[in-house]
Design a protein around this ligand. Structure first.
Ligand SMILES: [Zn+2]
Length: 309
């Protein structure tokens, strides 16, 4: 059975990469009354205030809703005639004061409100947040230190030093996240900073010169002292908080004794499929990440027996 996409993936918009260099087209789309601006302020996204039982929704703005009409920086994509542009309002101390709106709005952390806004809007908001974070950290050239300027509708920054002229592209950092199984049980761990009782699959960043399969094996051994084989891909999830792409895997344990690295995790244990079936909905002593997380997809699919052995 086809697996539904992970949350924040498959937002349904066309990134229209070929149009990023077409300044005339972009100018007409910016002036088009149907175009929408996805604002971001200091890594937070704009949503309607949750009031009277109504959940927060994404707040995408028409251009004339922004007082002073600041120019959006990044063309995100289009759905039919509707174009979406990201705009960073971080330089403004009180950004709500320059936004005209008929309903109360607020800037909120997408990791908190993301599950409420739906996948399409959540995907656009995550995309806007991720690419604007990259811009905020790349105002200067990493090669020569000169200022950089935006090109290609916000998908490139170029060094302004003519002797350097380096192009810089938005970064995405690959991270592997893996459910390690040993027959009818699987390995879950927890980090000290997580809420009490939360357990999840192990995860870590891919290093330069390393394959995904090697990264899975290395991270599991470093964090839990367990060796693995038969690393198989499950699915991926954009996680631009601030710049990750989560790549989900299953791996079969070839050793089972656990030795944790206390600098990385607080605990790791084997949990049986039956225990997880009974506790997947969670209590205060044991729970797993929410349904939007690829970690939860890995766990749910394994519990249901829908994975590659
Ligand atoms: Zn440079």
């Amino acid at each position: 059975m086809p697996r539904p996409p992970n949350y924040y993936a498959a937002g349904g918009y066309d990134r229209a990469a070929k149009l990023r260099k077409d300044d005339d087209w972009l100018a007409t789309r910016l002036d088009h009354p149907g175009s929408r601006i996805v604002p971001v302020w200091r890594n937070q996204n704009l949503v309607t205030k949750a009031e009277g039982g109504a959940p927060a929704r994404a707040a995408f703005l028409l251009r004339d809703q922004l007082v002073g009409d600041p120019q959006p920086e990044v063309f995100l994509g289009q759905i039919g005639d509707e174009c979406f542009f990201a705009r960073d309002l971080s330089a403004i101390e009180n950004p709500l004061e320059i936004i005209r709106a008929e309903v109360p709005l607020e800037f909120a952390d997408l990791r908190r409100v993301g599950p409420l806004v739906g996948n399409r809007d959540g995907s656009l908001m995550a995309y806007a947040r991720g690419i604007l974070y990259w811009h905020s950290r790349h105002g200067f050239c990493g090669v020569c230190g000169a200022a950089t300027k935006i090109e290609e509708a916000g998908h490139v920054r170029r060094c302004t030093n003519p002797n350097c002229n380096a192009q810089h592209f938005p970064r995405t950092d690959p991270a592997v996240i893996m459910l390690v199984h040993d027959g009818d049980r699987c390995l879950l761990g927890r980090q000290k900073i997580w809420p009490k009782g939360m357990h999840s699959t192990l995860a870590g960043f891919v290093e330069p010169g390393e394959s995904l399969e090697d990264a899975v094996a290395r991270e599991v051994f470093e964090e839990a002292g367990v060796r693995v084989a038969d690393v198989t891909y499950h699915s991926s999830q954009p996680w631009p908080f601030p710049a990750s792409l989560m790549l989900g895997f299953y791996a079969r344990a070839t050793t089972t004794d656990i030795t944790i690295d206390p600098d990385e995790i607080e605990a790791a244990n084997w949990f049986s499929r039956d225990f997880l079936k009974q506790n997947i909905r969670g209590g205060k002593d044991f729970f797993v990440p929410p349904g939007i997380a690829v970690a939860r997809r890995l766990i749910d699919d394994w519990v249901a027996g829908n994975h590659d052995q």
